[in-house]
Design a protein. Structure first.
Length: 402
């Protein structure tokens, strides 16, 4: 059926616009009239030439999901039926990809599927955590509450992710610019000085000789170096996709100085936030741990959680197997133990997650403050060293003339 673009006003004078699917224009007007909307504009939606090319379509962002989740929660809390709420959100969503997805989800729900099953058909947008919590909300009759918790969880998880990205982006950009500047100096600037120095008729200082030799080597082998770098990146990415490769890389990351501790804190914050959200939503602990393991983001942490799940299935508490690892600090396992014994595990997990969110924030700030002088030292030592090495023969010549 064709789609129509419409604009109209409610009885209270509020302007609305959106899209709907109908057999013809008359049916479209009837549908809008049933929703108490006075149509001011209605026309067939123009065809998108790129609608069948997936990479040309906009991606669904976490912001889109958060807005959808919060608005859907409000609608459910107000007593709106699922299908009507999905219809309204589908029409008002600006992201075309997400809008089409919501329309498919609406059709599935109208056809008798549960909301969780309909969302589960789009795993790239709605992960297993989202789908399982929705399923728990449908069974328990607390779908609006679950949606609110999901929105809060996604917002905090994205904040944590942006903190890590911010900490990594600054040094990578600075080092990248430094490498480009050094490469330009080596390939284009040093040869000019080398030609000038060849007319001096004297032996060049050792630092200058080293720099000139490096410049000659880079000029003569730059194409091999570029090809080698591309091959290395390609092979490393292939290795990182293998099970053993990912495990080895994640193991090394956890052992890195400074960064390793940061990764552990992020893992603890993510684990406690995810598990706390699921436990408070009524998901069984074994199911919650399985989903938490899949969203851990690190193979070593994932294995630790799976080992803990196996121990819990045999009758142990959550805190006991976690305390035997070096991922979770003693304070965390003690608080989890207190939460289990008092029956307030979800509350305790949320408190741990909040604490470790602050810890990650403090660690990132401290790391950034420490990296700044180190990066300045690197830039000054590398680029400044090249400049001094190139000017040493000029200084010697000036001294000889004096």
């Amino acid at each position: 059926m064709p789609f129509y673009v419409w604009a109209g006003k409610t009885k209270k004078g509020r302007s609305l616009k959106g899209e709907l699917e109908a057999a013809d224009e008359r049916i479209a007007r009837i549908q809008l009239k049933k929703r108490n909307i006075e149509v001011t504009k209605l026309k067939p939606k123009p065809k998108d030439l790129f609608e069948n090319i997936s990479f040309m379509q906009p991606k669904v962002t976490k912001k889109d999901i958060v807005i959808f989740t919060r608005q859907f929660s409000t609608m459910i809390d107000a007593g709106l039926p699922l299908v009507q709420g999905l219809n309204i959100l589908g029409e008002q969503t600006e992201n075309k990809t997400f809008r089409n997805m919501l329309k498919r989800i609406t059709k599935d729900v109208e056809g008798g599927s549960t909301l969780a099953d309909a969302l589960g058909k789009h795993p790239k947008v709605f992960d297993s955590l989202f789908v399982n919590l929705i399923a728990a909300g449908e069974v328990g009759g607390i779908l609006d509450t679950i949606l609110q918790r999901l929105a809060a969880y996604i917002e905090k998880a994205e904040k944590l992710k942006s903190q890590i990205k911010g900490a990594m982006t600054y040094p990578i950009v600075v080092v990248g610019i430094a490498i480009i500047v050094i490469a330009v100096i080596m390939i284009f600037v040093i040869p000019v000085f080398e030609d000038m120095f060849s007319s001096f008729g004297k032996a060049l200082p050792v630092p200058t000789q080293i720099v000139v030799a490096m410049s000659d080597f880079i000029k003569g082998n730059i194409h091999y170096m570029i090809v080698g770098l591309i091959v290395f990146v390609f092979l490393f990415r292939r290795y990182a996709r293998t099970k053993s490769g990912k495990r080895n890389i994640d193991s090394v990351l956890l052992k890195l100085p400074i960064f390793g501790e940061l990764i552990k804190k992020v893992a603890v914050a993510r684990f406690t936030r995810t598990l706390g959200t699921m436990v408070s939503s009524g998901v069984p602990i074994l199911d919650a741990l399985e989903i938490t393991a899949k969203t851990a983001g690190n193979v070593i942490v994932e294995e630790v959680i799976y080992d803990a799940r196996s121990s819990i299935a045999e009758g142990q508490t959550i805190a006991e197997p976690l305390s035997e690892t070096d991922i979770f600090p003693g304070m965390v396992t003690q608080m989890i133990s207190v939460g289990e014994s008092t029956g307030a595990l979800d509350i305790m997990l949320e408190k741990i997650a909040d604490f470790y969110d602050d810890e990650v924030d403090a660690t990132v700030s401290a790391m950034t403050s420490m990296l700044e002088p180190l990066l300045m030292l690197f830039l000054g030592g590398s680029i400044g060293g090249l400049v001094v090495a190139m000017y040493l023969p000029i200084f010697q010549m000036a001294a000889a003339m004096g």
